[in-house]
Every structure is written in structure tokens, then in C-alpha cells.
Design a binder for this molecule. Structure first.
Ligand SMILES: *Cc1c(COP(=O)(O)O)cnc(C)c1O
Length: 716
């Protein structure tokens, strides 16, 4: 393990280095607490990054910890769990598929959301990939992740005095994050290359990517970085930002991901049995695999058959424009010799992924992935249906319900998202081994055994913690913007720690309708005021894509509403939505609001995190909620079957439904207190939410489904 640049660590606690370099700590709060105990302020200043922490911590703090018996005790407890985890031979996969343990599954994704200190994710897709990777480690799958290590990552968001979103790209120094260069067996750093055509003032050339390794529990994650010598400046920028740049850059990025990724695994001697393309970004991997098979003497038909049999593809978007597609003339430039190498004609090559658009024929990454994989799925039941409809033209001889696109509904990695205070309650009242049986619904029936007082006590504490977090974040923002000290002082009373608190946090894409609750502002004002005795408050967060002007307008509107008389004090926007903000919000709010325009939300997962943490959902019956809602565990907005003449009518109907639900059901249940002050009716809904959401929408259930239905049948 590397410890260059670290403060010398007393021998007695020097395995903190091992812990810091295995992202296992990201889902073990007790491991994070070791760092917090050494220096709580520094832990916040380094944004919970243990590698940076160990390079910045003062010697005296480490020495103090090394001689503190309580710290040493906690340290050994963490180490014991950490070491046991790495040699566990009783994992689910090993016990269920003992003969498949040497059949690696390579999982390709353009983003991985593992932790806030690694900003290489933009939102739902990335967080899903990160959770997927963690759970595969927990369940013992022979699993390998492949992606990009973006030196500038996704942007950090600030909001200026006008309510405008400002995007900041912060350089990530790889020496300061839990990543290390990957090496081949004979000790060479892994560097791969992909040929790119001339562009602007650049000649035909190869672009090189250096491969880094992140250890995620027992799963290695290989991430490529093009910001290296001898790449030209423009090529060094290729992987600089997530979803930055134009079509040309995106095509080049996807070539590095798919083609470079396959080459990286080969250099390291890894021979996957299954390739999983998480979204179409990595679909070029099928071409590289086929190319190699043809070079070994197979016909293209034989090669395709092998590739297909061992490939799994998951599609994530029900929005046609969300699927990458490149015009043929670009493909001709970027893949000039590939049809020769595949031993097929240019037309056959282009037809592998042909999708005719209004602007001409394109090479669609989704079509390529669908045609060249044996198993394909959407990410919720409803999204499966939508996907079958969307892509039915690829199977002209099949009836709609026979189109071979299935679904596996998304889930969340429980230990990443469960608030520690609630975990303590679950440890106390659920069966002893619940953490190893998260997907078993019976385990969760015992939620009813949690005494209402204890549950309410924890929820009150978590809400208070969130309110403090919001106050701190708001103060920091005001400081940055040079607000008057009196204004900053006022943040001490911002929000009401005892009011019904509703969370809304997601990407500000317009179909998610963040501003829907402002449809009738007077009615909303009456609701939040609650006659002074039943107050309601909203916490908003979320980023808009830097080029999404309507999305940025939504942020501006929420920001201005939060200063409007009658709403101010009841509505706040927190900057820079990321996994840290998400964790605080899903744990601390009382209810989770989700208002997508059905059926645009493929699945959604933030509401699952809220549900697990005892915050029922008030949501459109879209994505996962169409499966999760059972009439007792939350609320469904609007009429899912209704057809509307226009978007205004749909907004009007859905907003009215939200107001009615708040006025007639949510607020009355929340504020109906017994003589001891407990909201019994509310807590019944909370428990039903935990009981139903926690098992069914766990990553444990999801990975078992992927393994049984998709991965294992794709192994030869
Ligand atoms: C969970 C999560 C998401 C995905 O949530 P949706 O339900 O898809 O909106 C996005 N961003 C962050 C930071 C998350 O933690």
C-alpha cells in the first residue's frame, strides 16, 4: 500500500491506510467514524476522503488516537470486520453457484457513484452503478467494474444571488483519492490505446488511457484516464469531464470506454465470462470483442454469436433523445477499417446499429447493444413495457409482449443509504441476521416490533440533524456571497425542526417537474402555514445539466420562491446535490415527493432510499413506485390512467391531487398526536413504508435477480 505523502502513522494504527484504500469504508459508518474521531473538523474539511485525511492530519492527533484505549477498541472492531469481510467464503454467490466462481462478470458503466469524495457520477445512473458494485462485493460475485476516472468529474454547483446555477469543475488529484495505478502481472502500469481520426488540427493518432484500480470491498474497479502524456491536449480532455464536450468528443469517449476497456482487461489477463453494458455508452465493446474473434479466425457470424451469448445490456431511458446515436459520416471517420477487420461490408457494419432519424440514418448505441447482446432489460416493470414498445421495430415478427426486453427493477444498497441511528434500531428489533437477508420480506415484518416512541425519537433526531445541516450549508453559502452578518445569524433559526418536512431532490430535468407544487401558490402558502400549528416545509436540491436552460430556470424559480412572502422559511434550496446531501435528506425528511411526467421516470431510486429510512413516498405512479405503492405505505399522485389534452391539464390535475393529499391525508396524519405526543397514524405508514420498500427495492434483491436471470444464463 502506498503511504507516500502521508503523515507518519503510529504503527499501532497504521492499518488505517488499508482501510482508506478500500472503499468498503463507504458503506461502513463505523470505519468512517475512526477518522472522524481522530479529527472531526478535518474529516469535514476533506469531504470525508480518508486518503486526503491521512495526508493532512496532524501528528499529534494520530498520536492521541494511538494511545486512546477507546479508539483502539473501535479500531480493532473495524479491522476485525474488515478482515473477515475479505476472506468470507460463505457469500451468497459462492453458496448458490459454487461452480461459477471463476467466471468473471465485467460491468461497464460511464459513471460510478461510490461516494461524495469521488465525483465521477452525475446522478441516478452513477449511483446505481456504485450501489451495484458494492452489492456484488457483498454477495461475493466474481465481478469487475470498468469505467472512467474523470479528472474533473461532474461539476459542483453553487447558486448565486440571482438564483442562477454556477458550475465548477474541480480538479481531482488521483494521489489524493482512494485510487492506485493498475499493474500487469509482470509489474507494468496498464496503459491502453485506441485509434482516432484526424480532427481540427490533430492528425490521425492513438489516444492513450492509463488504468487506475479502485478496490470496492472485494471487487476491483478499473477506471481509465486519458489525461496523460503523450496525448494531445484535446485528447487529455477526453475523459476530463462526465458528459462534457460535443458529439465528436462523446464518440471518442465511448470508444475509449468500450474498446479501451476490453483492451485493459486483456492486458491484465482478465477473461470475463459475461459482459454487462450498463446503458449504451459502452456498447462499442461488442465490436472490439467481435474484432478479436474474427482475427482469431472466426467468421463474423460466429463471432457475433459468441459475443451475443455472453453479453447483457441494460437500457435506462424511456426518452428517445436520451439514446446516443452518431451519424454515419462520423462512423466512417472513426471506424474506417473496422468492416474489413470484421470481414463484413461497410453497409453490414453500419446496419449493425442502424436507426433512421428525421435527420438521416444513425448508428445507435442502444440498437448496437440490443442486437449484440443475448439478454436485455429495462429497470422497472413499466419501463420494461415502454422499452418493448420503443424498440419493437427491431423485432418486426414479434408481438409486443414477445419483444425480448425484460425488466429488473432497480434497488439501493442498504448499508450505503441507511442512517446509522436507524440501523441501530433495526439491529435491535429485526432478526439477528437481518443484514444478510435484506431481500427477505419476512425479516421486515418485525418492523412492527419497534416501539413507536423509539422510532419517533430517532426520526426526530434525524430531522434535527438535517435541519442543522441545511443551516450550516446556508450559512456557508451566505458567507461566500458576503451577506450581512445579521442575515447569517438568522440562519440559526432557519426551518422548524418539528415541522412536517418534505424532500424533493433530483436532477432538474423538466420532465421531473420540480416546480409543480407552485401551480397554485396561494393554496401552497395555506398548506405550509398550516394555521400556524401544522406547519409544512420543503427542502429542495438538485443540479441541472449545464446546457439545460429550462432545467436551470426551474432552479431559479425554486430559489426565488424560497424568498417569497408566505413561502420563505418553509422552502429552501440546498446547493450541490450529491451523495452526501442525498444521505442527509433521505434520512432526515418525513416524506419524499416525486413528480415525474409518467412514464418518463425509468425507475428512480431516491424514493427507495427515503422509504428505507422511514420517509414514505408521495409520488406519481411511475418507475419503481408503480410497483412499490400498496395504498398503505405512502400516496399516489393523480390518476395514472388519465389521458390529457396537453401538459397544462396534466400539471393542473397532478398539482391539485398533491394539494388534496397534503390537506386531507398527509398533514392530518402527521399532526394527529396521542396524549404522549406520538403520531400513531403516521408511524403506521412509516413502518409500512420500511416493511415493504426495504426488501423489495434492495440492491440485494436486484443483484440476485441479475445473477439468476441474466448473468448465470449468459455464462457458457
Ligand atoms: C439516489 C440519487 C440519485 C437518483 O435519484 P432519482 O430517484 O433517480 O432522482 C441521483 N443523485 C444522487 C446524488 C443520488 O444519491
Amino acid at each position: 500500500m502506498k503511504s507516500v505523502g502521508f503523515t507518519p502513522i503510529p504503527e499501532r494504527i497504521n492499518r488505517l491506510v488499508d482501510i482508506s484504500y478500500n472503499l468498503w469504508w463507504t458503506w461502513h459508518p463505523e470505519a468512517q467514524n475512526l477518522f472522524r474521531r481522530i479529527d472531526a473538523k478535518l474529516w469535514e474539511d476533506v469531504y470525508h476522503n480518508p486518503v486526503l485525511f491521512l495526508s493532512a492530519v496532524r501528528q499529534v492527533s494520530l498520536d492521541a488516537a494511538a494511545t486512546d484505549p477507546d479508539f483502539i477498541k473501535a479500531y480493532y472492531e473495524v479491522l476485525t470486520a474488515f478482515d473477515a469481510y475479505q476472506v468470507d467464503t460463505k457469500t451468497w454467490f459462492r453458496q448458490t453457484y459454487p461452480d461459477k466462481i471463476d467466471k468473471p462478470i465485467a460491468y461497464f458503466s460511464a459513471e460510478f457513484g461510490l461516494h461524495e469524495c469521488l465525483p465521477i457520477y452525475s446522478g441516478g445512473l452513477g449511483v446505481l452503478s456504485g450501489d451495484h458494485t458494492k452489492e456484488c462485493s457483498d454477495l461475493g460475485l466474481p465481478f469487475i467494474g470498468v469505467g472512467f476516472l474523470y479528472p474533473q468529474g461532474y461539476f459542483r454547483q453553487t447558486i448565486n444571488q440571482n438564483g442562477d446555477q454556477e458550475a465548477h469543475y474541480v480538479k481531482v488529484r488521483f494521489a489524493e483519492v482512494p485510487a492506485q495505478p493498475a499493474f500487469t502481472d509482470d509489474g507494468k502500469e496498464v496503459v491502453v490505446s485506441v485509434a482516432l481520426p484526424a480532427r481540427n488540427n490533430l492528425p490521425d493518432r492513438r489516444v492513450y488511457a492509463k488504468v487506475y484500480k479502485l478496490q470496492v470491498g472485494n471487487v476491483p474497479l478499473y477506471l481509465m484516464d486519458t489525461d496523460i502524456h503523450p496525448n494531445a491536449t484535446e485528447d487529455r480532455e477526453l475523459s476530463a469531464r462526465l458528459y462534457g464536450g460535443d458529439q465528436e468528443m462523446r464518440l471518442a469517449q465511448e470508444m475509449v470506454l468500450g474498446i479501451g476497456g476490453v483492451r485493459a482487461l486483456e492486458v491484465m489477463g482478465i477473461k470475463p465470462a459475461v459482459y454487462h453494458m450498463n446503458e449504451g455508452h459502452s456498447a462499442f465493446l461488442v465490436l472490439e470483442r467481435a474484432r478479436k474473434l474474427v482475427a482469431e479466425g472466426k467468421t463474423f457470424a460466429e463471432a457475433s454469436e459468441i459475443v451475443r451469448k455472453s453479453s447483457v445490456f441494460t437500457t435506462h431511458t424511456p426518452v428517445p433523445a436520451g439514446h446516443d446515436a452518431f451519424p454515419f459520416h462520423m462512423m466512417d471517420r472513426y471506424f474506417p477499417t473496422w468492416h474489413h477487420q470484421l470481414n463484413i461490408s461497410r453497409e453490414e457494419f453500419l446496419n449493425l446499429a442502424r436507426q433512421d432519424q428525421s435527420w438521416g440514418p444513425t448508428f445507435s448505441m442502444t440498437v448496437l447493444a440490443l442486437k449484440m447482446s443475448g439478454k436485455h432489460n429495462g429497470v422497472s416493470k413499466l419501463h420494461g413495457e415502454i422499452s418493448r414498445k420503443m424498440w419493437s421495430w427491431l423485432w418486426p415478427n414479434k408481438k409486443l409482449d414477445e419483444v425480448p426486453i425484460t425488466h429488473v427493477t432497480n434497488g439501493i444498497h442498504t448499508e450505503t443509504w441507511l442512517a446509522p441511528a436507524l440501523k441501530t434500531l433495526y439491529d435491535k428489533y429485526l432478526p439477528a441476521n437481518w443484514i444478510h437477508n435484506i431481500d427477505d420480506p419476512d425479516i421486515w415484518n418485525d418492523v412492527d416490533k419497534i416501539p413507536d416512541e423509539e422510532l419517533w425519537d430517532v426520526m426526530t433526531k434525524l430531522r434535527g440533524k438535517l435541519v442543522n445541516f441545511v443551516r450550516l450549508r446556508t450559512r456557508q453559502r451566505m458567507q461566500r456571497l458576503n451577506y450581512h452578518p445579521n442575515d447569517m445569524q438568522a440562519t440559526a433559526n432557519l426551518l422548524n425542526p418539528n415541522a412536517l418536512t418534505i424532500g424533493f431532490a433530483r436532477r432538474f430535468a423538466t420532465y421531473k417537474r420540480a416546480t409543480l407544487i407552485f401551480h397554485d401558490t396561494d393554496r401552497l402558502k395555506r398548506i405550509v402555514h398550516g394555521d400556524g400549528v401544522r406547519p409544512v416545509q420543503f427542502i429542495f436540491a438538485g443540479k441541472a445539466h449545464p446546457r439545460d436552460e429550462p432545467g436551470k430556470n426551474f432552479i431559479r424559480e425554486v430559489y426565488h420562491r424560497s424568498h417569497e412572502a408566505g413561502l420563505a422559511g418553509h422552502l429552501i434550496f440546498i446547493e450541490d446535490y450529491d451523495m452526501n446531501v442525498a444521505r442527509h435528506m433521505v434520512a432526515g425528511v418525513d416524506m419524499w415527493l416525486n413528480t415525474p411526467r409518467r412514464p418518463m421516470e425509468a425507475s428512480g431510486t431516491s424514493g427507495q432510499k427515503a422509504g428505507l429510512n422511514g420517509s414514505p413516498n408521495l409520488s406519481i405512479l411511475d418507475g419503481w413506485w408503480a410497483e412499490g405503492y400498496n395504498t398503505k405505505n405512502g400516496w399516489s399522485i393523480g390518476d395514472p390512467e388519465a389521458e390529457y389534452a396537453n401538459e397544462y391539464d396534466q400539471n393542473h390535475a397532478d398539482a391539485t391531487s398533491i394539494y388534496e393529499l397534503l390537506e386531507n391525508e398527509v398533514v392530518p396524519a402527521y399532526y394527529d398526536r396521542d396524549i404522549t405526543g406520538l403520531p400513531k397514524k403516521w408511524l403506521a405508514i412509516v413502518k409500512e413504508s420500511i416493511r415493504t420498500v426495504a426488501p423489495q427495492f434492495s440492491m440485494t434483491r436486484m443483484i440476485k435477480d441479475y445473477t439468476t436471470d441474466l448473468y448465470v444464463p449468459s455464462m457458457d
